[in-house]
Design a protein around this ligand. Sequence first.
Ligand SMILES: Cc1cc2nc3c(=O)[nH]c(=O)nc-3n(C[C@H](O)[C@H](O)[C@H](O)COP(=O)(O)OP(=O)(O)OC[C@H]3O[C@@H](n4cnc5c(N)ncnc54)[C@H](O)[C@@H]3O)c2cc1C
Length: 283
Amino acid sequence: MIPSAFDYVRASSVDEAIQLLGKHGEDAKLLAGGMSLIPMMKLRFAAPQTLIDIRKIPALRGITVSGDRVTIGALTNHAAIAADAGLRKAAPALWEAANVLGDPQVRNLGTIGGSLSHADPAADYPAVMLALEAEFTVAGPNGERQVAAADFFTGMFETSLSEREMLTSVAFNAAPASAYVKFHHPASHYAVVGAAAALALADGKIGSARVALTGLYETAFRAPGVEHALIGVRANDAGAVEKATAGAGGEGEARSDTFASGKYRRAMAAVFAARAVARAATR
Ligand SMILES: Cc1cc2nc3c(=O)[nH]c(=O)nc-3n(C[C@H](O)[C@H](O)[C@H](O)COP(=O)(O)OP(=O)(O)OC[C@H]3O[C@@H](n4cnc5c(N)ncnc54)[C@H](O)[C@@H]3O)c2cc1C
């Protein structure tokens, strides 16, 4: 299908992008990798009057691992995340998510900022960001503000970004004992269910755990009951880990579609949460 007619402008800095968002108002959309926006426009689910291309803002690209802190620019593409050796050590959960996301074309064009801002309920990164307790830097007309990942995702395709703001980077503390595993849709590779785990281990036991899931409800979510149940569990005790993660799918009515029922998604959430914890514990 052919999108509605639109104007195209290119921003060469974050300030210029914010000015352009202010000028064009709610009828404008930022263009990053275009991997979600362009299909939405072709299907006419989105019909922005102006596209503000942010792809030529070099300051928004790059991965920095500095001591214990990892910072990733919003325009960094999935392929760069999937190939980064420092990130693989510092936060294997994110590295793994990038490696199993979409296909090579999507990984080369799509960006972490675009994925998080799009907030697809089946996207991989939101669960990882919650498990890493990431902090997002958002730029707007009044300067920058920090938003915790837990406060960023407000609904299906909805975030706490206002129409005049953009995501510029994400940052989190290194989590070497972390993992992301997913049951992917065979056609799109989106998560039917995805689970991220970040552990602190002491003497073979789980001292603390952060576990988050995606694909089940309108947004990714943390599983505090599971996190609590994992404390003190011997990491190599598969039976105990499975018992602790049994409730990972939550109590709500999970999303159903032609591929998987909500009941099935909830059952798979327990399986994949256990796998994520087991894998994180090996690191
Ligand atoms: C075939 C296919 C398979 C895919 N499989 C997966 C998968 O397995 N897992 C997965 O998680 N995703 C998957 N995706 C989505 C992919 O990850 C996209 O890259 C991502 O959703 C959007 O990133 P983008 O950079 O292309 O953003 P765009 O498509 O350019 O933008 C998406 C939205 O975010 C806004 N936006 C972009 N950047 C910013 C910013 N910095 N600040 C504020 N708003 C911004 C745009 O205005 C737009 O509304 C798939 C996509 C396709 C086409």
